[in-house]
Structure formats: structure tokens, C-alpha cells
Design a protein around this ligand. Sequence first.
Ligand code: MLT
Length: 299
Amino acid sequence: ADSIAEEGIDYLRGLPDITVDVKTGLSPDELDAIISRYAGLIVRSATKVPKGLIDRGTNLRVIGRAGSGLDSIDVEHAQQKGIIVLNVPQALSVSVAEHTMCLILALCRHTPQAHASIRAGGWEKGKFKGAELYKKTLGILGLGGIGQMVAARAQGFGMQVIGYDNAFYSESFEQVIRQADILTIHVPLTPQTRHMIGEHEIAMMKDGVRIINCARGGIIDEAALYRALVSGKVAGAALDVFEQEPPAGNPLLTLDNVVITPHIGASTKEAQVSVGMTIAKKVAGILLSTGTTESVARP
Ligand code: MLT
């Protein structure tokens, strides 16, 4: 129901017992009207899979999320109905980790602003004095696949890396947010992580902290972040994700100390081919009953 790499669609089309329809850009009503025809559904983040759609999908056996985040799918309801929900978080970890490094560097060196300035005829060498990463403390919230890859890459820049993850022993959440010069978020959006960075948490951070979010909008309270960016408490933020996407009218877009990209962390050729192929194989495995339930979605 959302576009995936051609390689994945070709793989599915090549299987004799599977018929594939590609119907992207459907409205929720249009998808509701046809879902009962299908045993499998593959989506990215644009197509939401709420309770009502799952209830109408009377023949559904598997929902494949061509990506990582499961916040757009009512996973609990699907699983109660015996529908397997699969995602492919590993397939895009490298790309998201690399985009995180890209945003950290862009934020610290004002790359987008310098690019815009020179294209507008300027040569403002003095205006774009940046900050080095070397010996700065990087705080990582969430030490899953992406968080760990960011840690390894940041160590290559000579950063001190500290991290928090509620799944295993780590620094405490408070230690990480208090000590970080740059804070980057790599947790899924769940009821527990919604607004995990808000006014109270920002007040605990170092003055002049920089914040990066390549995970999900909604983990940071955008109104609190906006106030802290205006006051200077937070020196800058780099955001690939927003509470509402696209973020039309979002006041964060008006600030000079914000670097933004349109949710492109996983948008590389390599990640998309890997995501498309991996989800196609996993979904086919379930539909052809050769799959195992080992690959049930994990946040
Ligand atoms: C994901 O969760 O897979 C990424 O944020 C990419 C996306 O949703 O398109």
C-alpha cells in the first residue's frame, strides 16, 4: 500500500503462489473497502493500520512494515486477531546512523545555512563559526541497533559517548541528559517515550546543548523545544522527524538554529533495496507458510 523497492515487488511477483497488487496513495476509506481481498499487507509509514482496518481485513494473515517504526500500526490488536506483524529494523540502521552523523555535523558547522548564504551571493566566513565534535560528550537515548552504530561512528570522531537504554544496564537517563553536549534520540515512539524530552528534562540539560532527533516526532515535546531554542538554553536542534508530518506551519521551521530534513533517515538506495527485499521475503515466508514467528515485530 506504500511504495517499496522494485526488487522486493519483483521478488514477490516471481513467486508462483502469490499475486501482488501495488496500490499506493489510497485514502483510508479506499483501503478499508478492499482490504478483505488480501492475505498480506505491506506498508511504510504513510499508510496507517488502525483497529478498524485490521477488523475489515478478515483474510489478513500478515502485515509487513517496510521499515522500523511500528507506531503507525495497531500491533496489539493485529496480534490479538492472530495476524503476524513484521518489521525490518536492521535493514535501515546504517542509513539512519549515518544520517544522524550528517545532522550532528550539519548542526555543529551550520552547513545548510552556509550553503544557503553562498548561493544567495554571500561569502560570510565569520558568520559560520562552528563547534568541533572532538572531546564533546555525545548522549545517546536508546542503544538498539541504530544507537549502537551512532556510538561507534561518534567514537571515530573522538567524542566521549554515554548512553541510556531501559532494556539493559547503562547510565541513568538523568545522567545522560545532564552530561551531554549533544543529545541524540534512538528510541521508538511508544506511550512511555512520548514527550520523554520536555520542559523538565530540557531544564536539566547543559546550557547550549544540541539535540538531534532522527527517530520519531512526538518523543520531543516540540513546544518545549521551541521555547528552549528561542531562549538559547538549547543552542540548536537537528530534526528529521516531526509530531505532524509534513510539518506545515510548525514554528520550529522558522528558527535559524534548527536544521531540518523531511524524514529521510532511511532514504538511501541501499537501505530501501534491503528493506524492500527483506520485507518481501518475510511476508512471502508467512504467506507460503515457510516463515517462522521468530521475526515477529520488535520495537
Ligand atoms: C522507519 O521507521 O522505518 C523509518 O522512520 C522510515 C519510515 O518510516 O519511512
